[in-house]
Design a protein around this ligand. Structure first.
Ligand code: NAD
Length: 262
């Protein structure tokens, strides 16, 4: 019996075949879910449409999540075609590159506003739009990173945004819990994606991670997809408001130097 049989899933954040959102789409599809995809802008269409076709997805819609009108239009279409929604996946983040160089101290007001709007507020907006389509048993999932809790060099305003996103998860979980809707965040270890390419010296961060993470294993979009399947399934029906780490154990470390050098 597949874990997500009969569930309708709407996934935001597929940019290409390296995207975490795509890893989640594939695993949820494998578990019997019916998938709908949304991507940010027309320029991504030629990458996203063939991916969608490869798993038989026909609902593929553009939506810039900074636009309430575009969100409304997308959900109206979703309601018309699917009627109900069981799982919302939010795998979206953005910050200006200049705000990921140098110090957090120098973040501009506009850079802060933009990072918060795209990476944090959008989850609230999508949760609100999803709610009328969700029945008890619904699940909402977003993507976070450890830079929300500890200082990671150059993660800067994105770390502050992820802290706000994790707080958002708790407030939404409290609001929607009485309706039987669960809200959780998955905290992924570093994965080479388009968004990660925007983080200066990501390769070094990734190398260091591989040397010290307890499992010594890199994280893949499939790993996140597997966790997203489980947390959205009825097997996790009493879990809400949580941040679940999928990071080969990195977050438990107090000292991140290779132990063989001590
Ligand atoms: P990605 O670049 O494949 O995905 C980011 C997505 O955000 C893209 O599809 C992009 O089009 C979308 N996006 C940006 N602005 C948007 C807008 N205005 N409207 C709609 N969509 C918009 O990279 P990814 O690594 O798969 O990122 C997905 C999520 O995972 C992000 O929240 C990211 O912070 C998080 N995350 C990534 C890592 C990592 O190492 N890659 C680690 C932890 C968390």
């Amino acid at each position: 019996m597949s874990l997500l049989n009969g569930k309708n899933v709407l996934i935001f954040g597929v940019a290409n075949d390296h995207s975490i959102a795509w890893g989640i789409a594939k695993e949820m599809h494998n578990e019997g879910a019916t998938i709908a995809l949304s991507y940010a802008a027309e320029i991504l269409e030629r990458r996203v449409k063939p991916l969608a076709e490869s798993i038989g997805v026909t609902f593929v819609e553009e939506c810039d999540v900074t636009s309430d009108d575009q969100i409304d239009q997308l959900f109206a279409k979703m309601e018309k075609e699917f009627g109900t929604l069981d799982i919302l996946v939010h795998a979206i983040a953005f910050a200006n590159r200049e705000d990921l160089l140098g110090r957090y101290l120098d973040t501009s007001r506009e850079g802060f506003r933009l990072a918060m709007d795209v990476s944090v507020y959008s989850f609230t907006a999508l949760a609100r739009a999803s709610r009328p389509l969700m029945k008890p048993g619904g699940s909402m999932v977003t993507m976070t990173y450890y830079g929300s809790q500890k200082v990671i060099p150059r993660y800067n305003v994105m770390g502050v945004a992820k802290a706000a996103l994790e707080a958002t998860v708790r407030y939404l979980a409290a609001d929607l819990g009485p309706e039987g809707i669960r809200v959780n965040a998955l905290s992924a270890g570093p994965i080479r994606t388009l968004a990660a390419a925007g983080i200066p010296k990501f390769k070094q961060l990734h190398r260091e991670f591989m040397q010290v993470a307890p499992l010594r294993e890199g994280i893949t979009p499939k790993d996140i997809g597997d966790a997203a399947v489980w947390i959205s399934s009825d097997k996790a029906s009493k879990i809400t408001g949580e941040v679940l780490f999928i990071d080969s154990g990195y977050n438990i470390l107090g000292l991140t130097v290779p132990t063989d050098s001590l």
